[in-house]
Design a protein around this ligand. Structure first.
Ligand SMILES: Nc1nc2c(ncn2[C@@H]2O[C@H](COP(=O)(O)OP(=O)(O)OP(=O)(O)O)[C@@H](O)[C@H]2O)c(=O)[nH]1
Ligand SMILES: [Mg+2]
Length: 157
């Protein structure tokens, strides 16, 4: 598989278990085992971050500074957990950010609404609903990223 994309990659942030590492694989049509992300990880096609970047306020500064190395930040909140993000955090970033309500498969409507509301509080205006398991919403998200001029590391076939 050819890895394309020479420009800055996307960066994923959000609480532990929101499905960031899984979504990176799915967006890029990659297989492989997913382990808990322990530190900021620079992949050729994305910057993966550990949930701790959101859980530990001491790390917000590192998050904001590192966002400058990305072309776009994806904020993930699971529809299946009680989400919480710092108010207006997305507005402090150096690059555009979008919200992702993740894990919508089998989630209740109320969970999806709650996650969306948490993303709105964090300052996100464009929000996608996705499931990395069923693939729902993934094509629309991929199209949005590519139409913003950002390459993903997947082959077209
Ligand atoms: N049902 C469902 N489960 C998912 C989905 N995406 C990820 N998961 C599961 O959720 C768990 C956490 O996924 P990860 O991708 O490791 O989450 P993460 O956000 O990278 O977590 P950290 O690395 O700890 O910050 C794994 O067991 C995944 O299989 C989804 O769309 N639907
Ligand atoms: Mg991870």
């Amino acid at each position: 598989m050819e890895i394309v994309g020479k420009e800055k990659p996307i960066m994923l942030v959000g609480p532990t278990g929101a499905g960031k590492s899984t979504l990176i694989k799915v967006l890029n049509r990659l297989d492989g085992e997913i382990k808990k992300t322990e530190s900021i990880t620079y992949l050729p096609y994305a910057i993966d971050t550990p949930g701790e970047m959101i859980h530990i306020p001491f790390l917000y500064n590192a998050l904001i500074l590192n966002s400058a190395r990305a072309s776009m930040v994806l904020f993930l909140i699971s529809a299946k957990r009680y989400p919480r993000l710092p108010a207006k955090l997305a507005l402090a970033l150096k690059v555009p950010a979008i919200g992702i309500v993740s894990q919508i498969d089998g989630a209740e409507e109320a969970g999806i609404r709650r996650a969306k509301s948490a993303l709105t509080v964090a300052g996100l205006k464009i929000i996608f609903n996705v499931s990395s398991v069923t693939g729902e919403g993934i094509d629309a998200l991929r199209e949005f990223i590519v139409s913003a001029g950002i390459s993903l590391g997947y082959s077209k076939n």
